[in-house]
Design a protein around this ligand. Sequence first.
Ligand SMILES: CC(C)(COP(=O)(O)OP(=O)(O)OC[C@H]1O[C@@H](n2cnc3c(N)ncnc32)[C@H](O)[C@@H]1OP(=O)(O)O)[C@@H](O)C(=O)NCCC(=O)NCCS
Length: 192
Amino acid sequence: MHDSLYACGKATDKTPEEIIGKDVIAKLIDIGVKSFGNGMEDKEVRDHIIYGNDFVTVAYDENGSPIGFAGLRIDDGSLYLSAAVVDINFQGEGVYKEMTKFRIAVGGLDEGKEVRTRTQNPKVEEGILSALKTFAKDRKITVTRDRINGAYGRCLTGERQKTRDEDLNKIYEQLDVNRGDAFVLHFKLVKR
Ligand SMILES: CC(C)(COP(=O)(O)OP(=O)(O)OC[C@H]1O[C@@H](n2cnc3c(N)ncnc32)[C@H](O)[C@@H]1OP(=O)(O)O)[C@@H](O)C(=O)NCCC(=O)NCCS
């Protein structure tokens, strides 16, 4: 599995199709529709890939087939981790964590800046934490959660997602995901 990176959104006038090809985009859309489930449509996934991102990273399997993507927006030095999806057949193998490490390395995390995302999915929080540990050195990682009621208007996945950490699952169970509630997560690396 390797990551390739291409710029889109503000970073270039080219569309992802022009940069990485129609076939790859079509496959990523298919992965998104299947992995999110819950009525996610082609157009919505395509919009996630294209709009509002400065960069998108694509993960491939060892045969060169795309198995996931994740977006990045750089906002005044802070990193906004936008839409991410991994093929159902490759979930739980650290693909999201690798794409997140890659995004943080590309964006660069300066002192005092934060990593942000919005999610209903505790796996996302755990994956970002895991990725950040590789950059933390002797600093500690702080996480704060701002709850946004109805942010997505619905549950983005077919069913509520859970991790192995029951305490974290309990925090996410506070969200009314069917109404679309989500957390905006803020991660910082701070000196001990
Ligand atoms: C969320 C998603 C992108 C994670 O991708 P992934 O490649 O499976 O994630 P990783 O394997 O890197 O695991 C990330 C964390 O999730 C948790 N996790 C992953 N698979 C899990 C499983 N089967 N059971 C419990 N926890 C699991 C782990 O805590 C892991 O952290 P760790 O590295 O500390 O173990 C993927 O599940 C997905 O595409 N979901 C549907 C779309 C979605 O919800 N996208 C996010 C929108 S904000």
